[in-house]
Design a protein around this ligand. Structure first.
Ligand SMILES: Cc1ncc(COP(=O)(O)OP(=O)(O)O)c(N)n1
Ligand SMILES: Cc1nc(C(=O)O)sc1CCOP(=O)(O)O
Ligand SMILES: [Mg+2]
Length: 568
């Protein structure tokens, strides 16, 4: 984008600053160390007197100096596009793509569409002057890095955008020349083509036409081969954009998805295996937004395109079986979070502390010794009355562990029993387990919480009131306290005894499960310490270092029921 002198007042923390910079891009860079190093120097002055040059940025009116390292800037994409009521494409797809790629996204809406997975049932343009007002509101205030355009339904709106961008230049402009929706509905008529060619494309850092759009921009040129795409990219580049990405998704007879990127010097053929799915609605919008997001983070164009393409492919692959809508083209899941739920497989329930009642913790060595698979061990424990399972497979290879965890999860879900993974947050995420159990030297619970999200169960091993307090602060759901008795299962484990258990229970704001050397003979004594938040016992060898896991679990279950404590 062209540079221009930019003069603005900035309000920050209720104080006013005056920014005077050689370029708007510079002004935007004042808080971004990474970006500032790539930019011409900033001149920022206190009203009336120049105070700094380079990237020390702001001077408080009559007060102390704020240097740019006091804040860092959040990468920001502004999407100028139409709303899709079905939320597969348009503004909604752009928001999701930017959120998934970790950048802020503001929105200027150019049109409302009534749209679903069948097609576009209606469209209503936003008046030009209101598009202008939205653009000004965002661009005058919010330090936008990259503008990404989608549906621009009238010549007036294209002209308004170009005019406003000249007034408020940004670091980069990504143009997705949307003309026809994936369902074949026209979103921008041919009258717009000449304004695109003459005004918008010359301002663009990249344009991302599909074959139909490239053909329309090139007066109906036939595009049927990769060589045709290269010719089209060259011709489109002659219209002024710095880069052209011709998307070959609709190329006939192609097993791969092939896109051509041309920067005026080199062609890059970007190939990936085609993902067979009906859920492709919004891929164009999402790809362009993802490119904009990577450029906003500061990546060069080739890297931005590669990362964006890989992101969209990953999301398409993740979403290939989700079912939304009855039409031929469903949306995909940018955040890789949507699940299909069938009726016969119980969903994960919210954590219930009474699940800690009979907590079975597996052990790979014991299973091996008794010739059992993890899956058989888990089945038997559940049949015997275990109320929660933890896979503690210290010796398993990651690949095998993951496969076993997936198989155990199916069984646990069928019985409504939560399944937690010991130590391995990565395995828990990969198999979508119900949670993890971590110790004091494992991944901190607060980090696990960030990775796992708010609904997963997190347990933390604690031997002291201070550790119990920290587990609460870190967002854990329960604590495991031990060793109550000496154990051979965990090397060098400190025994805290019944007194230690009681002290921790009394201090803990979280429910507690006791662990260490507990079995049929002493479970009752443990529960009889009678603190309300002691909810049960966690057991390894008394269940799994025995010939019949189911029988031993049943016996322990009876003892615990007999103690009549902790079961509610
Ligand atoms: C329920 C429960 N409580 C404590 C532990 C021990 O966890 P940790 O201290 O991380 O030791 P390892 O199990 O990883 O050896 C547990 N696993 N479960
Ligand atoms: C895994 C574990 N953690 C402990 C702790 O004190 O935190 S004791 C322990 C081993 C428990 O095995 P068993 O039931 O065979 O004694
Ligand atoms: Mg551990």
């Amino acid at each position: 984008m062209a540079s221009a002198t930019f003069l603005s007042t900035l309000s920050l923390a209720n104080k006013n600053y005056l920014l005077l910079t050689p370029t708007h891009a510079c002004a935007k860079g004042y808080t971004n160390n990474f970006r500032v190093s790539n930019l011409p120097s900033i001149v920022v002055r206190k009203e009336g007197s120049v105070r700094s040059q380079g990237f020390v940025a702001m001077q408080e009116k009559g007060g102390s100096t704020l240097s740019d390292d006091s804040r860092t800037k959040t990468p920001h994409v502004l999407t100028v596009a139409g709303s899709d009521s079905g939320a597969g494409a348009g503004i909604q797809a752009d928001l999701k793509a930017c959120a998934a790629r970790g950048v802020y996204c503001s929105t200027v809406i150019t049109a409302l569409t009534a749209q679903n997975t069948i097609g576009v049932q209606g469209a209503s343009n936003v008046p030009e002057d209101f598009v202008a007002q939205q653009l000004k509101s965002v661009l005058s205030d919010m330090q936008v890095d990259v503008v990404k355009t989608g549906m621009l339904p009238s010549v007036g709106i294209v002209k308004t955008l170009c005019r406003t961008l000249r007034e408020y230049p940004v670091h980069a402009l990504v143009v997705d020349p949307v003309m026809v929706s994936t369902s074949g509905d026209v979103l921008a008529g041919p009258s717009i083509l000449s304004t695109f060619r003459e005004e918008l494309l010359p301002m663009a850092d990249i344009i991302t036409p599909n074959l139909k759009e490239a053909s329309a921009l090139l007066n109906g040129m036939q595009l049927e081969t990769v060589d045709d795409m290269r010719s089209a990219a060259r011709l489109l580049h002659n219209m002024g954009p710095k880069n052209v990405l011709v998307k070959g998704g609709d190329l006939p007879d192609s097993l791969d998805a092939v896109d051509i990127l041309y920067n005026g010097h080199n062609f890059y053929e970007l190939r990936s295996p085609r993902i067979r799915t009906r859920n492709t609605h919004g891929t164009g919008c999402s790809l362009a937004s993802s490119i904009a997001a990577e450029v906003a983070k500061g990546y060069p164009m080739l890297s931005a395109v590669k990362v964006a393409k890989r992101f969209v492919e990953t999301a398409l692959d993740y979403s290939k079986e989700i079912v939304i809508g009855n039409g031929p083209q469903g949306p995909f899941d940018h955040l890789l979070r949507l699940k299909s739920h069938s009726q016969d497989c119980h969903r994960q329930q919210p954590f219930d502390p009474s699940d800690l009642f009979l907590y079975a913790v597996t052990d790979s060595r014991m299973n091996k010794r008794w010739g059992r698979s993890i899956v058989d061990a888990v089945k038997a424990a559940i049949d015997g009355g275990a109320t929660i399972i933890q896979l503690r497979e210290k010796d398993a290879e990651t690949k095998d562990f993951l496969e076993s965890a997936k198989a155990c999860l199916r069984i646990c879900r069928l019985h409504g029993v939560p399944l937690l993974i010991n130590d391995r947050v990565d395995v828990a995420i990969a198999c979508d387990a119900d949670g993890v159990h971590v110790g004091q030297s494992d991944m901190p619970a607060c980090v696990a919480r960030t990775l796992l999200g708010p609904e997963k169960i997190i347990g933390v091993s604690c031997k002291t009131p201070e550790q119990a307090e920290q587990a609460w602060v870190d967002g854990a759901d329960y604590i495991g306290c031990g060793g109550v008795y000496p154990t051979n299962t965990k090397e060098n484990n400190i025994t805290v005894g019944l007194n230690g258990l009681k002290t921790v229970c009394m201090a803990s704001k979280l429910p507690v499960v006791a662990i260490g050397g507990i079995g049929v003979s002493n479970a009752r004594a443990v529960m009889e310490i009678r603190t309300p938040n002691l909810k049960g016992v966690a057991v390894v060898s008394a269940l799994f270092d025995r010939e019949c896991v189911q029988t031993e679990t049943r016996k322990l279950h009876e003892v615990l029921l007999g103690s009549n404590i902790g079961s509610t």
